[in-house]
Design a protein around this ligand. Structure first.
Ligand code: SAH
Length: 225
């Protein structure tokens, strides 16, 4: 039988399903096992967030370059950080480091509202356009120096920092609710950093170390572009 247009469509759909299966398999293998997190990641196509010469590598478990000299994180790290954040459907989340917008888009499926800030205007503008196109209406992106948090919307149930700080920034700790959780990579920017989880309780903060990671540095002040 000759291949008709229907067969061509089926092949496309088949390829996409296989790519998705491989992507989710990789995540599970690297420890992303929480069903809600896997479901949220299944819904967001990473290919939308990687453009240009690297777009054909969007489904590999690797960080990739994005504009302004920044990087979109590795999918398994996005998954593990999302999992560590223990986000609930009523939570208000703050993300420092919008970057491509991928991490915010994944979190948007799990929480009530997410505020995401970046020091580069270009990244915020491009991410906002993507959120609009994908119909992700519970994300608010804005240009701000995230090392100061976002005092006008504080306090937050969850805070995720996707750039490396030398230590958990004081203003962010102060903007975390009692019972809240913050996930942040800490350590020197040019070395391997430690991803830590901070839980705030009535009497103070508990810290636990999760794993080694590598992030671009948290830089104070706004970017030039
Ligand atoms: N979460 C992103 C990846 C972030 S890369 C994603 O899913 O694609 C780290 C980002 O942190 C960069 O975009 C960088 O511009 C931003 N950043 C660094 N220091 C910052 C600061 N002080 N305030 C806000 N954003 C900052």
């Amino acid at each position: 039988m000759n291949a008709g247009p229907g067969d061509v469509d089926d092949d496309g759909a088949g390829e996409e399903a296989e790519r998705k299966m491989r992507f989710l398999f990789q995540l599970r293998q690297r420890g992303v096992t929480e069903p809600a997190v896997l479901a949220a990641m299944e819904k967001i196509d990473r290919g939308e967030f990687v453009r240009g010469q690297f777009s054909d590598r969007a489904y590999e478990d690797t960080p990739l370059p994005i504009p302004c000299g920044q990087t979109i994180s590795q999918p398994s790290v996005v998954g593990l950080m999302t999992q560590a954040l223990e986000v609930g459907p009523r939570d208000t989340v703050l993300e420092i480091g919008t970057g491509s917008g991928y991490q915010a888009a994944v979190l948007a499926g799990l929480c009530r509202r997410i505020y995401t800030v970046d020091r580069h205007r270009r990244l915020v503008t491009e991410a906002e356009a993507l959120f609009r196109r994908l119909g992700l209406t519970n994300i608010t992106a804005q240009v701000a120096d995230g090392s100061r948090g976002l005092p006008e919307q504080a306090p937050f149930d969850r805070i995720i920092v996707t750039a490396a700080a030398e230590d958990a920034p004081g203003p962010l700790l102060a903007q975390l609710k009692i019972g809240g959780i913050m996930v942040v990579p800490v350590g020197q920017s040019d070395a391997v950093q430690t991803l830590i989880r901070v839980r705030r309780h009535e009497g103070g903060f508990d810290y636990d170390e999760l794993r080694q990671v590598r992030f671009v540095p948290l830089v104070e002040g706004l970017g030039q572009t």
